[in-house]
Design a protein around this ligand. Sequence first.
Ligand SMILES: Cc1ncc(COP(=O)(O)O)c(C=O)c1O
Length: 411
Amino acid sequence: MVNPRLALLHPYPFERWRELTAGIRPPAHLAPISLGIGEPRHATPPFIEEALVKAMPALSSYPPTIGEPALREAIAGWVQRRYGVTLDPARQVLPVNGTREALFAFAQVVVDETKAGATVAFPNPFYQIYEGAALLAGARPHYVASDPARNFAADWDGVPADVWARTQLLYVCSPGNPTGAVMPLAEWKRLFELSDRHGFVIASDECYSEIYFRDEPPFGPPIGSLQAAKALGRDDFRNLVAFTSLSKRSSVPGLRSGFVAGDTHWIKPFLLYRTYHGSAMSGLVQRASIAAWNDEAHVVANRELYRAKFAAVTPMLAEVLDVRLPDAAFYLWAGVPAACGGDEIEYARGLLAQYNVAVLPGRLLAREVGGRPNPGTGRIRMALVATPAECREAAERIVAYTKDLTRKLTA
Ligand SMILES: Cc1ncc(COP(=O)(O)O)c(C=O)c1O
C-alpha cells in the first residue's frame, strides 16, 4: 500500500540530469566544474557558526513550533528595515526550516480538494517543489507560460477565466529561478486584482531577494510582496504569504532556516498544520538565525562576490550565447545558438563530455503544456555558485566548446 499520488511526481531535474549523463566519462585532465545545482557555496560567515555553537544548551529542550519570540522579532525587524513594512511578530511571522519545506507544506494547508478541479498555478519554468506540492495536495497544476520577450514575465492575462475560477493557490517566484526576473509593482497590482476577483491565495517565493546586481533605479533591491501590498494599500496582506530564506542571503543552505509572513488568516492554520507535522526549528538554528537576520554587513559582502562573478563572466558568455545580466538571483538563463543544433540537452551533454562543465538543460526545469513547446527548450541554466576562478574557467571552456561546435555544425 502506498499513496498513489506519489506516482504522479516527476523526477527531480538533477535525477534526470544524472540519467541523461550516465554513460559520459568527462576528460580526466580537466577539473570538474558544476554550474548545475543552485546551491550557495560561499563560506558561511564565522559569526553565524559561533552563534550556533554558543546555543548548544538549547539542545536540552523541545523548541516551540511557533519559534522563540526573539527570532520572530528579529525577522520582523529585518522586514521593517528591508521593506519598510511593520509586522506583528506574534501573529504574522512563522519560522520555517528552509523555504522548500514551507512552500510544500503550505499547499497542503490551502488546497481544498473537495472542490471540483482544485488548481494550483505557477509560472513555467518553475521551482519543482510547487508542482510536487500541488500534486500531493490533490490539486491540478496549471503552468503559466512566461514570455522571453518581456523579461520572462508570466502571461497572467493568458490564463483562462475558468482556470482562475478553480485556482486556490498561486505560487510566484521573484526574483525568479531560473530566469532571475523581478516582478515590478504593476505586476503585483494585477495579481492582487486577480486574487481579489477569484479568491486564490498567493505564495510568494522570495528566497533570492538579496542577490541583485544594480543599486540604481529602476533596478535596486527587488521589491518584496509585502512591500508591494503595503504600497497598494493592502495593509492586512489579505490572501498573501511571503516565503524568505537565509540559505542564499547568508550562505547557510545547511542551516535550514527561513520564515513565512503575511495574512494571519493563513498563518494561523499553517501553524496548526506545522504543529502536527512536527516541523519546529531547532533552538540552535533559531539562535544562529537571530544573529544572521540582525546583521547586514555579511549580506552586502556576499552580494559583492556574486556581482563580481556576474560582471566577469556574463560578457565572456555573451560572445557565444544569448545571455545578459539578469535582474537578480544567481543564475544565467542563456539561449544556446541555433547553430549549435538548438537542442540544449545535447549541447549540455557535449559540454560535460568534452570540457567537464555541468550546466542544467532548460527543459528539465519546465513542462510542455497545451501543445506549446517546453519554454526551457534551447536554454541552459548556469548557477554562478562556484569560486570566481572556477566560474571564469567554466566560461572559457563554454566559449571554446560553443565556437568549436558551431564551426563543426556549420562546416
Ligand atoms: C526558487 C526557490 N525557492 C525555494 C528554494 C528553497 O530554499 P531553502 O529551502 O534553502 O530556503 C530554492 C532553493 O534552491 C529555490 O531555488
